[in-house]
Design a protein around this ligand. Structure first.
Ligand code: TRP
Length: 333
């Protein structure tokens, strides 16, 4: 642990392909955080087992997620980029925290209820105690800041409860972890069908993935919903058109945006041209990331080195915390 710098920790589930929403909503901010904080970025392979028990696909997914994160700018020299299962003390802390977690609260967790509904034949105890494992990930490094999306806030609140209970019963070891809020930097990435945000699993044709080929990107963008265009000047944009302009702001230069904005106001906008511009700029943005991720992913030796380097940093911090924990609990006979 580098003294003096606040500690940031976050986890990435290796269960799907990263998309533009992950990039602008999370990874881009991690890349900034690694400059000024001590960062632990973890691939949550153990969490993945609660929903995806097949370890053959898991192995590929772990490599891909690591490669994609590095291609997006996470620097394994600056941040600790590691794999959850390489830090064995996570399991030990998870066990202790389980004694401080109550069945009633776990059953009420939104994500648990949702996953139980989605996989009624596999409502395993790991699924129930998912937030306990997540708390262990975070407090193992005595992290104070956790950059996560809104859907994770309940898990963080649970983590704070376990911290309070632990500190109260055994002594002040852990700071209370807080969601790191990006404020104005938090970018929403709308989906291409005008409904909601880009997402890992829902409507894959309306989501741009960092692994999409140029042809697929173009095809998806050109299929985005439009209409006959505005019929009188100053008409407000329908949601699906507003979304296209939102997406342009992420990747197009201002001149191009101004041009189409003006055309919209003058009621002579050609949506085919608008989408062509967006498609071209999306291709320009995504293709270098995709190519870089592909070459990293094929370099298994480099990826093992990255994981090893990350595990060394994460294990050092975990060992420090766990010796304090065992002493505080009186488990040091
Ligand atoms: N539950 C998180 C998600 O689904 C992933 C995660 C695992 C995590 N451990 C974490 C996030 C620790 C933040 C901190 O996205």
């Amino acid at each position: 642990m580098i003294k003096g710098k606040a500690i940031v920790m976050s986890g990435i589930r290796p269960t799907g392909f990263l998309h533009l929403g992950n990039y602008f909503g999370a990874i881009q901010n991690y890349v900034k955080l690694q400059e000024s904080y001590t960062c632990y970025f973890m691939v949550a392979d153990l969490h993945a087992l609660t929903t995806h028990p097949d370890t053959k696909t898991l192995n590929d997914n772990v490599h891909r997620v690591l490669a994609e994160n590095i291609a997006c700018g996470i620097d394994p020299e600056k941040a600790a980029l590691y794999c959850q299962s390489h830090v064995r003390e996570t399991a030990e802390l998870y066990l202790y925290l389980n004694m401080l977690a109550y069945l009633g609260e776990l059953e009420k967790t939104t994500t648990f209820k949702e996953k139980a509904r989605l996989q009624p034949d596999n409502i395993n105890a790991g699924l129930l105690t998912y937030p306990v494992l997540q708390a262990a990930d975070i407090i193992l490094h005595r992290a104070t800041w956790v950059p996560v999306g809104k859907d994770q806030e309940q898990h963080l609140e649970m983590a704070r409860n376990y911290v309070k209970r632990f500190n109260h019963r055994y002594g002040e070891i852990f700071p209370e972890p807080m969601a790191y809020n990006f404020g104005e930097d938090l970018v929403k990435v709308p989906s291409l069908d005008g409904e909601g945000k880009m997402s890992k699993s829902e409507n894959q044709l309306a989501t741009l993935y960092l692994a999409d080929t140029d042809e697929l990107i173009t095809k998806k963008v050109m299929k985005a919903k439009t209409d006959g265009g505005p019929t009188s000047p100053g008409m407000p944009k329908p949601d699906y058109i507003e979304n296209i302009f939102q997406l342009m702001k992420l990747v197009c230069d201002q001149n191009a945006i101004d041009h189409f904005e003006e055309a919209y106001q003058n009621c002579n906008i050609r949506y085919g041209d608008l989408k062509k511009q967006l498609a071209d700029d999306m291709v320009k943005f995504i293709s270098p990331i995709r190519e870089k991720a592909e070459s990293i992913q094929n370099d298994k030796k480099y990826l093992s080195q990255v994981m090893e380097m990350g595990a060394i940093k994460a294990n050092a911090s975990a060992a420090e915390t766990m010796s304090l924990v065992r002493a505080a609990m009186g488990l040091n006979y």
